[in-house]
Design a protein around this ligand. Structure first.
Ligand code: B12
Ligand code: SF4
Length: 469
């Protein structure tokens, strides 16, 4: 069943190439949650470049298949398999590579992506990967696909100096939902709504690297810096998408949207004037910089419809914030919460929809005490308008803390299961039972200590807020 192949055949007498989109089986058939359905901008960008250079690829997705047999039947028909491998998709890349070579021993596999950058040893250990590209691929992909034999097995990718050089992604090169039920709500080639704003949703990236050095992330140690996409180009793309497909809201997938005040100032000035509509959007910031630039933050909320404010609060305890080198304090966190609450109250009084926090919280960081975790949940409960996104800390390679825990043999993430099912136990020595009880509301009396009476009545159970990580 080749249902999820639709682009023009890649053969033209030459090799048949397949770009395989990665993720859990079934995520584009009957997904377990909304975030499994986001499209992959790396795949979109690189396939757009390939197709602009007449190097056609077909597309399939492990997410659009229900069984590995189905994946096998699809990939068997190809000579070249291309994949964007992130740590969280490494298990599906690894399995797909094994299957491909079983049915197609002379086939060629070209793999790139974040996991190749941060864990090259793990990639090299998989004999099935014929070429492995570390780092950005936009200036190497065309030559690599045209003539793979001229490259060594390990390749150092070439990136653009600025995102201004990136073409607009051809979104019709993204995978389609593979069930009638999902297709109805998906809005392909835009994306489905997930509770942050009305559909169809357009995801965009305006900046590539966050300059901070949180030890569980620190992506600037492995993603080369590059110029931000010009404000006008972002608005032009949204206007184009709106004209063609109709945009309901926007998700700005930058790791750190709230950086470069001059860019943000320009966004405040131009987005309300030049965009066809003032689409509400989701975007990420940090508590310390909100405290540093509160007027700019308020202008963005009020004038540009930054309606869902994602903040990596991570913890409500200074001890833990120091362990993870967040460079934010409890005070920064509470400042930011109070500021958005005040803005939200004002907007509500004027009959406007108040902004919400998408609060990223981590539990189970090695070194965290029960008291620290209780303080964190107190901060969550204190927040008036909140969509909590709580996860058990996961030691990803690339990050300083991830590397350390992997080296110490304390990571439970393996190539068969780099996985982040919500209550997976990811680090040896962490008392996950305590955290499950904490989320189930067992420590609510302690959490309520120091909270005003009315706030004490807010929800006590957060088990459903536990996200994949
Ligand atoms: C958008 C995003 C998401 C989105 C959408 C993900 C998706 N489906 O695409 C959402 C919000 C869902 C998400 C969630 C998560 N994410 Co995320 N995410 C990002 C983010 C911010 C942007 C990704 C992106 O589009 N980049 C732009 C594109 C162009 O880059 P790219 O895909 O890497 O592709 C380039 C190269 O890798 C290379 N390349 C890629 N493929 C190939 C193939 C070949 C052949 C070649 C030559 C080159 C090549 O060329 C491309 C162009 O330069 C990145 C951070 C970042 N700055 O990249 C984190 C990031 C990828 N996410 C990360 C993580 C950990 C997660 C989560 C697990 C977080 C969590 N704790 O919950 C979840 C799990 C997701 C899931 N459901 O499975 C980590 C991955 C770390 C790792 N070691 O792989 C990153 C790097 C963030 C970080 N700072 O650590 N994420
Ligand atoms: S966690 Fe957030 S602030 Fe810290 S380095 Fe990553 S993206 Fe930047």
């Amino acid at each position: 069943m080749l249902k999820n192949l639709w682009s023009k055949p890649s053969s033209n007498g030459g090799p048949k190439r397949l770009w395989l989109d990665l993720g859990d089986l079934g995520d584009l058939v009957n997904p377990s949650g909304p975030h499994e359905q986001w499209q992959d901008h790396g795949l979109g960008l690189l396939r757009t470049l390939l197709h602009q250079n007449d190097l056609l690829t077909d597309l399939a997705s492990t997410r659009a298949c229900k069984t590995w047999d189905e994946v096998k039947r699809i990939i068997a028909a190809y000579d070249i398999l291309i994949m964007n491998v992130r740590s969280y998709t490494f298990p599906s890349a690894y399995r797909s590579a094994k299957i491909f070579k079983e049915v197609n021993p002379n086939g060629l596999i070209l793999a790139g992506g974040m996991h190749a950058t941060v864990a090259p040893d793990e990639m090299e250990a998989i004999a099935e990967f014929d070429k492995i590209c570390q780092g950005p691929g936009e200036n190497v992909i065309v030559d690599l696909v045209r003539d793979p034999a001229s490259f060594p097995r390990m390749i150092l990718g070439q990136g653009a100096k600025s995102m201004a050089e990136w073409p607009m992604i051809d979104r019709t090169l993204w995978p389609k939902p593979n069930s009638w039920k999902l297709a109805r709500k998906f809005n392909w080639p835009l994306e489905p709504e997930c509770g942050w704003g009305p559909g169809p949703v357009a995801t965009i990236i305006t900046s590539r690297v966050c300059p901070w050095q949180c030890v569980f992330c620190n992506e600037n140690s492995y993603i080369p810096n590059m110029g931000r996409r010009p404000v006008e180009a972002v608005i032009d793309e949204l206007n184009f998408l709106d004209k063609k497909y109709g945009v309901g809201s926007v998700v700005i997938h930058d790791s750190m949207f709230f950086q470069n005040p001059s860019w943000l100032q320009e966004w405040v000035e131009k987005y309300p004037r030049k965009a066809r509509k003032l689409w509400p959007y989701w975007a990420a910031g940090r508590a310390d910089t909100v405290r540093q630039w509160p007027e700019l933050f308020e202008a963005l909320i009020k004038e540009t419809h930054w309606n869902t404010v994602s903040i990596g609060f991570e913890s409500g305890s200074d001890r833990v914030l120091r362990i993870i080198n967040k460079e934010c304090t409890e005070e920064d966190n509470y400042f930011t919460i109070d500021l958005l609450t005040r803005i939200g109250d004002e907007m509500e009084k004027q009959g406007k929809k108040p902004p919400m926090f998408w609060s990223n919280i981590m539990l189970g960081i090695p070194g965290e005490t029960r008291e620290d975790a209780i303080k964190t949940m107190r901060m969550v409960k204190y927040t008036k308008r909140i969509l909590p996104s709580i996860s058990f800390y996961a030691p990803y390679p690339g990050s300083a803390l991830g590397h350390q825990l992997i080296a110490e043999g304390k990571s439970r993430m393996t190539k068969e299961n780099y996985h982040r099912f919500p209550d997976d136990e990811k680090v040896i020595g962490v008392d996950y039972q305590f955290y499950r009880e904490l989320l189930a509301g067992k420590f609510d009396a302690e959490i309520n200590k120091d909270l005003p009476g009315l706030i004490q009545q807010r929800r006590a159970v957060y088990t459903d807020a536990l996200a994949k990580a």
